[in-house]
Design a binder for this molecule. Structure first.
Ligand SMILES: *Cc1c(COP(=O)(O)O)cnc(C)c1O
Length: 402
């Protein structure tokens, strides 16, 4: 018999009762170090007192009014985000996929408004993940997510990630934009060379295309800059944000320059909940902390510490770990054994970390993770490697990595 909740997830059998910073506590009192953070969402950890206060203060005043009325918290958050980014304007959503939907509509509408309605195709990348709506599974192009849901939304041309020549070759008179994650998250924590983003920016300028970035996972401090594209010294025309921006409250945003947003006039887009007072109160509170002096320095310091120590762990356990990669606190352990086995071994040691494609296990701690907690995670990772080596030794036939 089907479960009452649609069975689309292979859920881990853990029931959490509460969270405290980087820790999750089960209903029977076991504590787990949380390097999943709701899949790069809880940037300030669990039950951060400042966020709890902001949300409860707003909850006592007003939850929802719709976008038929002005929402002061949203006007404030938009002004603050545009002050610290390339953006002149933004649309608030409830999720990452909706932020991407807005970005895709905006890119098409920009070309239409410029008198180029034929430029409605967008170049996207193999290994990309942009969400699970029809448009975003079409943009991502992952056959596994599309199977049985065809016809896919037309208008996306997929090329290999990091390959500038392939992008050049794919541009036609119908191309209107290029969409990518500056660091692929679900795709296996794949960081392209800096020259790639710079090259795409130059190509877009030369050909009159919009550069659309999906910073749903890489944004809001995750890579050690407020947004990952800052590492490459370029700015996009449109950017989708979600996950960390709400610190655990469902929200997202589609940011844009005034030029890129020119087609998004009165009545062209909407959302009942997007940018509601609860979300905006939390979004402003998250920003207060992420923009505070020293916050990103902390992310970079912890990242350097983890990368160094994990590099040593990988060198000691070459049968288990092939590579440590990523940027900031969007890190990946490329495994030699099945990544799913490593995920389980980490959980046995009390560390929660999610898998990704390309046989990678991601490390996505709250950005507030302390040096001690980072060191503890490294210990747990090493213990998991030892455990997996013992398993390989006792079952050498099954253990062969490809
Ligand atoms: C998670 C994610 C999305 C989708 O966000 P949802 O909130 O699940 O719709 C889109 N793009 C990237 C890069 C993501 O990591």
């Amino acid at each position: 018999m089907i479960t009452a909740v649609l069975p689309t997830y292979a859920r881990i059998d853990l029931e959490f009762e509460r969270g405290e910073g980087c820790w999750l506590v089960t209903t029977d009192g076991r504590r787990y170090l949380d390097f999943t953070a709701g899949i790069a969402v809880n940037v300030l950890g669990h039950a951060h007192p400042y966020l709890v206060k902001a949300l409860s203060a707003q909850a006592h005043k007003l939850w929802h009014t719709s976008n038929l009325f002005r929402i002061p918290g949203g006007e404030e958050l938009a002004a603050r985000l545009s002050a610290v980014t390339f953006a002149d304007t933004m649309f608030f959503t409830n999720s990452g996929a909706e932020a991407l939907e807005c970005a895709i509509k905006m890119a098409r509408k920009y070309q239409f408004a410029n008198g180029n309605p034929e430029k409605n195709r967008i170049i996207t990348f193999q290994g990309a993940f942009h969400g699970r709506t029809l448009a975003t599974i079409s943009a991502g192009g992952n056959a596994k997510y599309l199977e049985g849901f065809e016809p896919a939304l037309p208008g996306f041309d997929h090329v290999p990630f990091g390959d500038l020549d392939a992008v050049k070759a794919a541009i036609t008179h119908q191309t209107g934009a290029i969409l990518l994650e500056p660091v692929q998250g679900e795709g296996g924590v794949r960081v392209p060379p800096e020259s790639f983003l710079k090259g795409l920016r130059a190509l877009c300028d030369e050909k009159g295309l919009l550069l659309v970035l999906d910073e749903v996972q890489s944004g809001v401090g995750r890579t050690g800059k407020l947004f990952a594209h800052e590492w490459a010294g370029i700015t996009p025309d449109i950017m989708a944000v979600a996950k960390g921006i709400g610190g655990g409250f469902p929200m997202g945003a589609c940011l844009a320059t005034e030029v890129a947003a020119k087609g998004m006039t009165l009545g062209t887009h909407g959302s009942t909940y997007g940018g509601n007072p609860l979300a905006m109160a939390v979004g402003n509170a998250v920003l207060d902390i992420v923009l505070a002096e020293g916050f990103l320095d902390h992310v970079n310091a912890i990242s350097a510490r983890l990368v160094e120590k994990l590099g040593a762990v990988a060198a000691r356990h070459p049968q288990i770990l092939a590579e440590v990669r990523g940027r900031g606190l969007l890190l990946g352990l490329k495994a030699q054994v099945p990544a799913a086995d490593l995920v389980v071994a980490l959980r046995v040691e009390g560390l929660l970390a999610p898998g990704a494609a390309d046989n990678v296990v991601r490390l996505l701690p709250p950005l507030t993770v302390s040096a001690d907690e980072a060191d503890l995670a490294v210990e747990k990772i090493e213990a998991a490697c030892v455990r997996l080596e013992q398993a390989l030794a006792s079952a050498p036939v099954k253990g062969a990595a490809e």
